[in-house]
Design a protein around this ligand. Sequence first.
Ligand code: NAP
Length: 386
Amino acid sequence: MRVGLVGWRGMVGSVLRERMQEEGDFEGLEVTYFTTSQVGEEGPVPGTELHDAHDLERLARHDVVITCQGGDYTEAVYRPLRETGWDGYWIDAASTLRLDPDAVVVLDPVNAEVIDAALERGVRTLVGGNCTVSLLLMAVAPLLRRGWVEWISTMTYQAASGAGAAAMRELAEQIRRLGAGFEAPLSAADASPLDLDAVTAKLQRGGLPCDELGAPLAGNLLPWIDRAMPGGQTREEWKAQVECHRILDLERPVPIDGVCVRVGTMRCHAQALTIKLHEAVELEEIEAVLGSAHPWAEVVPNTREATLERLHPAAVTGTLQVPVGRLRTMLQGSEYLAAYTVGDQLLWGAAEPLRRALAILRRRAGAGGSAASPAAELAPSGSAAP
Ligand SMILES: NC(=O)c1ccc[n+]([C@@H]2O[C@H](COP(=O)([O-])OP(=O)(O)OC[C@H]3O[C@@H](n4cnc5c(N)ncnc54)[C@H](OP(=O)(O)O)[C@@H]3O)[C@@H](O)[C@H]2O)c1
């Protein structure tokens, strides 16, 4: 199978290559590396050359094009490439084509049958879902599938790497400067805690680079992600309901809304959920349903010890586990469920569904493209560990 890889050096592309290497996915593939900025330079594999990612004729030589380059690239290249008559598979991390009727959004642990049905229909465009939405569904999709949910409010805590490689570098630089600022107050025996606070505020109000993030993120949080939408939502917030329905192909609309917040973590998105059920369900039953959803589901007991051990970015980063915890009935009533979930947005929220989409296509190609190799049967893999 000939595969063209675009966007391989960005945040998502780097994790995708790492995971493909870990799982041995490159074996048997003929891979061409494309670039938008480094044409002619050496690719990530010694001896490979980088080709122009806008060269339609070269892209069209591939059975599969995987792009983690971003929405502008997809806007510029996808239609013209299709118009050349190319009917290969396009696998994409960007949001551009997620609502396209000719595309399917891939998250096979929760929508394998939707993917299979789409491939049987001849769909050849497979798109990864929004990172926060994918992680939300990895955590609570069984409740939606069972029709138990009246609505969900999700308040998110999203890492800097969700905004790409440059944002991550900027956060690291902000942290470095804050760290340097703390040197003097931490070394002075008589320093007051207020000195640390003063250093932080001074640097945040003018001493940190903010070109990418728009404001200081180190020691801070920013309640705005992506552009404004009508009605006061940001686009990140708007995606929650729209994409959940698209991924699960839900018949009954379920309102899903909240506030999306960028926090000064490097990797992993967390979400505090309020889930309104149509009627009360025993907590034990909810835990059993969530914990058995797929091989990476994990219910964390609602204790301090378990929460601090397993339910935060530092514990989860670099792994495929999607723990959900802090589960309890709320004071508002027995149909109100509180939950908190965290997952690595660069894995299930970005690279992993793309990697597995390619695996699904390879299995189908191996089985002559028939339904004999459905996504639903793809063996769970996933040893991604820190
Ligand atoms: N980050 C996430 O958590 C996440 C999650 C889900 C979906 N997505 C989507 O996936 C797509 C790619 O996102 P991303 O976060 O991977 O973007 P990114 O890190 O900004 O990378 C995108 C491209 O930027 C170029 N680039 C420029 N300077 C770079 C640098 N210093 N280091 C690395 N690359 C650099 C590279 O293209 P050239 O090599 O051609 O110059 C790279 O392929 C977007 O559509 C995004 O919305 C991202």
